[in-house]
Design a protein around this ligand. Sequence first.
Ligand code: CDP
Length: 231
Amino acid sequence: MSDSPLVVAIDGPAASGKSSTAHWVAERLGYRHVDSGALYRALTLLATREAGPSDGWTGERLAALADRVRLDAVPGGFEPTIDGAPAGDGIRGAEVTRCVSLVAQMPAVRGWVNARVREAAEGRSVVVDGRDIGTVVFPEAPLKIFLVADPWERARRRLVQRLGRRPADAEIAEETERLVQRDAKDATQTVQAKDAILLDTTYLTQAEQVDRIVALTRALERGVSPEADPA
Ligand code: CDP
């Protein structure tokens, strides 16, 4: 069993199940979950409230707002706060989802998020999910997973999560279009690390994908290195 803290990095495109998978993996292992996307979303939520129309947003303006957004420890992980209060479900709203890629493209914002995520991970074992965790934030992470799934299936899962019912095909088609557009906007920062393990979850249940990552991490804790897939 390894005594030093471990970082498990989980990256992948929009709605590939990174956050929920990272949450359950962390819970099973007794690690902390750090959701980097939640921090981009919390800053975007604050900008939608206070920075006027999104076409006027600048890195400087966003960096000033970022002083009011923090990642606070809660049992099992971290939650983003704005002015000390939990940012809440508003970070998952349609307007934030529409604007978040624009915010995430700003180098000042990326530097700020990366610093907060590294601080949260300091001195403890963590499961961190995002787009560039295995390439930029923790390039030395000993276990990197790149989660992918067919866009239609990703859209279907996201709608089930949001609506709590079976979505109609027309709804899935519309959501697929939105996801594919967001993937295109996020393409530069969504990179599979050369030493990442590619996990296609299209035909896996959530329990199966969590089991797979937990087993890889336990092997690593015993000193067995995972085999990376060719990127
Ligand atoms: O869960 P979902 O895939 O919809 O997105 P998320 O993980 O909550 O991330 C929201 C947005 O933040 C993404 O669309 C990216 O624009 C940005 N993001 C990023 O650029 N880099 C990260 N490490 C995490 C998120």
